[in-house]
Design a binder for this molecule. Structure first.
Ligand code: SIN
Ligand code: FE
Length: 294
């Protein structure tokens, strides 16, 4: 479930065995766990350990680094600039780390960076948006098209003195294939006209593929299924303050139950460049359904 690494540096070079173990474990659906690699806040940045930094609407504060755009925060002016700089320092560091740890992943694409300062426990959202329920990641407005992977790197920056020790607590569910076997027979069929229209109207960034439709359906179906949420196999894992973790969230069933103050960097990655492309969700779903999904 958790594949631990003794690494304490954000930059390589890392030993060939370490790199090979990281890539193989990641592609097999493990959560790579780095307990000795804290992301350190500067003295003046500790003021960002404050849930009131969000605008109260968005789940997270996010930085679109390619456009230099910070969203979802109540901070403005100089404070917003320093907040953006902290998130950017994390995002750039995470990108360097992932490229050094996974040299075969050249061309991994850096997407948004987010800061999550709101306590997860007790946060109220609609069922579909509730990440305290087991799910695989799939985003309504961000199609992955030909099965592009969603890889995420997290850092827990909570102070150790925080409530409950400051750990971010997750549940990690069963292997993707087992989950997909249960759910693919029930998801509603792809409706091609809608994806085309959403693409044209700009509801989505580009057009959803059959793969995107299926992943969204699986995400929603898992969250809606109260029985599954209650009885599905899972393990409880804890990421303490000062730790980082890296996981393919489009494949690993996960639920975030508690914790505040995490940073997260999303990456996208082409299936064809994986060491074992057959393990990608699109390949698993194509095998199970006998359909071409992109
Ligand atoms: C999620 O991706 O479901 C949320 C993870 C987290 O914020 O810990
Ligand atoms: Fe998620």
């Amino acid at each position: 479930m958790l594949e631990p690494f003794d690494i304490d540096s954000w930059t390589g070079p890392f030993a060939p065995e370490t790199r090979a173990r990281a890539q193989a474990a990641l592609e097999s659906g493990a959560v790579l766990f780095f307990p000795r690699m804290p992301f350190r806040l500067g003295n003046s940045e500790t003021e960002f350990l404050d849930a009131r930094l969000t605008d109260g609407k968005a789940k997270n504060i996010s930085l679109d680094w390619s456009r230099g755009k910070l969203q979802g925060t109540s901070a403005s002016g100089e404070k917003a600039e320093r907040l953006a700089a902290m998130i950017e320092r994390f995002g750039a560091g995470a990108t360097r780390f992932v490229t050094d740890l996974l040299p075969n992943y050249s061309g991994v694409e850096r997407a948004r960076t987010s800061y999550r300062p709101v306590e997860v426990e007790g946060r109220a959202y609609s069922r579909i948006k509730d990440d305290r329920l087991l799910h695989v990641d799939a985003f309504p407005s961000r199609p992955m098209g030909d099965g592009k992977r969603i890889l995420r790197f997290f850092a827990n920056v909570a102070p150790p003195k925080a409530k409950g020790g400051g750990a971010r607590r997750w549940h990690v569910g069963e292997p993707f294939e087992n989950f997909a076997q249960k759910f693919t027979p029930r998801v509603r069929p792809h409706f091609p006209g809608q994806s085309w229209l959403f693409g044209k109207l700009g509801v989505t960034h580009g057009q959803r593929s059959a793969y995107d439709e299926m992943m969204l359906s699986l995400h929603d179906a898992a969250k809606r299924d109260a029985e599954y949420q209650k009885h599905a196999p899972h393990s409880a894992v804890e990421f303490p303050p000062g730790s980082c973790w890296l996981v393919y969230t489009d494949m690993v069933l996960h639920a975030a139950l508690a914790g505040e103050f995490a940073l997260e960097q999303t990456f996208h990655f082409d299936v064809a460049k994986m060491g074992e492309p057959d393990k990608a969700p699109i390949k698993v779903l194509e095998r199970l359904t006998g359909k071409t999904l992109a």
